[in-house]
Design a protein around this ligand. Sequence first.
Ligand SMILES: Nc1ncnc2c1ncn2[C@@H]1O[C@H](COP(=O)(O)OP(=O)(O)O)[C@@H](O)[C@H]1O
Ligand SMILES: Cc1cn([C@H]2C[C@H](O)[C@@H](COP(=O)(O)OP(=O)(O)O)O2)c(=O)[nH]c1=O
Length: 209
Amino acid sequence: MRIVALEGIDGSGVSTHSKLLHGKLVEAGVPSCLWKEPTEGPVGGLIRGFLRGAGGAVDSDVMALLFAADRLWGLRLGVAERCGGRPEVLVVDRYKYSSLAYQGISSGLEWVDAINSKAPEAEVLVYIDVPPEVAMRRITARGRREVFETPDFLSRVKTMYEEVLRLASGRGVRVVRVEGVRGGVERSIEDVQSEIAARVFEALGLPGP
Ligand SMILES: Nc1ncnc2c1ncn2[C@@H]1O[C@H](COP(=O)(O)OP(=O)(O)O)[C@@H](O)[C@H]1O
Ligand SMILES: Cc1cn([C@H]2C[C@H](O)[C@@H](COP(=O)(O)OP(=O)(O)O)O2)c(=O)[nH]c1=O
């Protein structure tokens, strides 16, 4: 199973582009399955409660362990149920790199990496790079706000992602970095997606989308 992980700060377009990329792979006849973390499984439900601020203060170490457990539940049970076995390509709307970037800040990159060591590295990591102020504008327009969705925290996550991408690249992960904003101008969803699809197909050695 070839894992293609999409990553970025909240509001960068990770969910939007995960869905669109999966659609392009299916259109190209690739047995692809779309997955999302936190999952719809039992641990994912716990996490969503915390993210909505339902569980009181959010402890970074507890969240890191919950996300790691949710991840393994997905890889070992949830994906097989949802995808009817092991798909050739699994497009993941956030993966272990979100844990490193979001929980690594308070829990430490090394420990978060260690508790996720049983989750395989992605083959391709698509990072959608968007300035926090643009991301926040989209989040505000979208309505609901979750615990991590503040300008200051997203700026710290963005900085942490730089270290996470270096770590992933050092492990042989094909990092595909895509600008959500170019020359100070927000790129359209279509423009960003055509770049993502072209580069992911190339990275997977598939004929162009
Ligand atoms: N390139 C873009 N230009 C304008 N709006 C976008 C773009 N990409 C995503 N959006 C919008 O921004 C909001 C957040 O997108 P979403 O995919 O949910 O982000 P994330 O999953 O990274 O939090 C959505 O309303 C989406 O339609
Ligand atoms: C997968 C993952 C997500 N997150 C954060 C990123 C987002 O702020 C939040 C939820 O992810 P998100 O993609 O926004 O899910 P939803 O669209 O259902 O709200 O969880 C982590 O902090 N660690 C992780 O390991």
